[in-house]
Design a protein around this ligand. Sequence first.
Ligand code: HEM
Length: 617
Amino acid sequence: MLTLLKLPSLTPPPPAMQIITLLQEVVTRWRYRHIPGPRPRWLTGNINDIIKGGLINCTNGWIQQYGPVIRFRLMGRVFVMISDPDAARSVLTKLTNHAQLANPNMHLMTGNLRAMDRFGLLMAKDDYWRSLRTAWQPAFAPPSLRGYQALMDAEARSLVARLEARIAAAEAQAAEAAQAAEAEAQAAAGREGLAVEVHGEMSRLTLAVVGTAAYGVDFNSPEYGGSGVAALSPTTSSAPASAPASSPSGELSLVAACNDWFRTMSPAQRSKWAIATAFPVALPLLRHVACALADGPLAMHIRARRMLSKTSIRLMDDWRARHATGNGNGATTNGSAPAANGTAAANGGAANGGGPAVRAAGGGVAPGSFLGLMLAARDKSSGGRALSDAEIEAQVQTFLLAGFETTANALTFAVYLLALHPDKAACLVAELDRHLPPHRPAGSADGSGLDAADELTMETLDKLVYTEAVINEAMRLFPPAHGTTRINEKPMQILGYDIPAGSTLWIPIAHLHKKDSLWAEPEAFRPERFLPADAGGVEQLAARHPHAHQPFGAGTRMCVGWRFAMQEAKTVLARLFQRLAFELEPGQVPLPLSVGLTLAPKHGVVVRIRRRRHGAA
Ligand code: HEM
């Protein structure tokens, strides 16, 4: 059995444990026997099919073969997949708890490295989750979002400025070549612009936004493992954005740690010790052995978690230091959030020293106040106690990871699709030219060519309906969160099937987004599908199935950061296409994808960027 996973070096578990596991398997098969699905193998279930065929392709095939309710098993866990849009919506809205994720590497963690999985908002349950969600919510209230806008815009403008500087340098080089030899000049002219790997850029940018918006710190500084200089990706490389990177001190950088974390959450990057997760009874013991003798993928996962933990502790220490002295962001000593720049306070938030920020339901907090919210949080499920350091650390890590990768992926896919479809890029640019101030030559104080009067405000963002439609359509074709889960505490019926209590229900978002019966030409990139009727949408929102598009999930567990993500993605896309034009480098159609916890471009996306000629896409 163990050879199925090529584990010759591991000692097989004792016979008693094998017998218990086999009995468990018999019972599981019996409980789910009435639900159609592929035949599972002993112990490993259907994981080999998924590794061979790819998660999305494989489950799409099963849905086609077995219908809208199917079951399959990954190691010890059975999944019931619901691919009918109404049934999926009903599951998402009626059930409150997420199921444990299936990735083996995370189940091999020990001690503090498990904090996020035990206490983080994503995995929390019932009343404990409600307390946490209440604590998080003010960070995403409209006045808080308004306060983040200047930070998001500043990061976007700074990326554009860096790209423009690099393009200018590349052009200067080409001109020199022109002087040297005419043939070379012609070659250079044909390759105008600068080749850039977009996913790396987007990852750095979205992580930087989390740093400033949530914690008021610069994640690119050496203190957080950054180089101190906002680096550009290699100009010609198609290396994955997740390629390990170190700080000058040789330490793993935060962006590399976050990328490694996601990379090792893919089934293809599982440790050989994954087999231990097929023996739930023995897992508490086996995970210690696995960590002590970690192989490559597990060691990478542990290293990433350690870096994330270290960063979270540093953020908490920094906050407390500022808090204790009453300086820095102006924090008080009673757990209230600071009014860093007056923005949120001016917008009616509770960040104005008016009591614990967590009480400001519906109100806002100033940028950088997330830790103030967590310190003020009270767990109503256990008598209103304050959160422990491990619980706060879990929220910090959850915000870091959930807050940057999905948005970076959405932006990367949007740039990819626009570079592939110049007609759609032209529509986007036409909208930007209507609503954003015209181009000015570079030369303002921050080098972005834009002065304060050009700020991309929330009011302007509201007018960018085509930009928003592009992001929605990009997330339809490439949903960064390709699926989500719920667990049913009680038995239930779905489309006539009895679903046993405690089942892991999987909603395949990626499948719904391309279902033939829900979308005309599902593979085509048509942002117009998402235009409101008064903006000339050819296939208006009302004409579509209301539950066909769920990139952020639905119900009470819907993504807490969805407005933050949309605001950031619109700001960044608008700034990029306001000044730059993008062309896809050859060899990237179809785009190789990595399907793990999220959907990401496998080797990044390489585009050639040039400055826009006025009025051109
Ligand atoms: C394009 C970007 C994003 C996408 C596609 C996305 C998608 C999702 C999805 C599908 C879920 C599960 C929803 C459900 O089960 O119904 C989720 C949950 C969550 N997301 Fe996002 N997300 C994005 C950005 C963000 C950002 C910027 C944050 C900021 C912190 C964030 C934080 C979270 C958290 C904490 C949860 C768990 C919420 C809970 O269980 O109460 N996400 N996200």
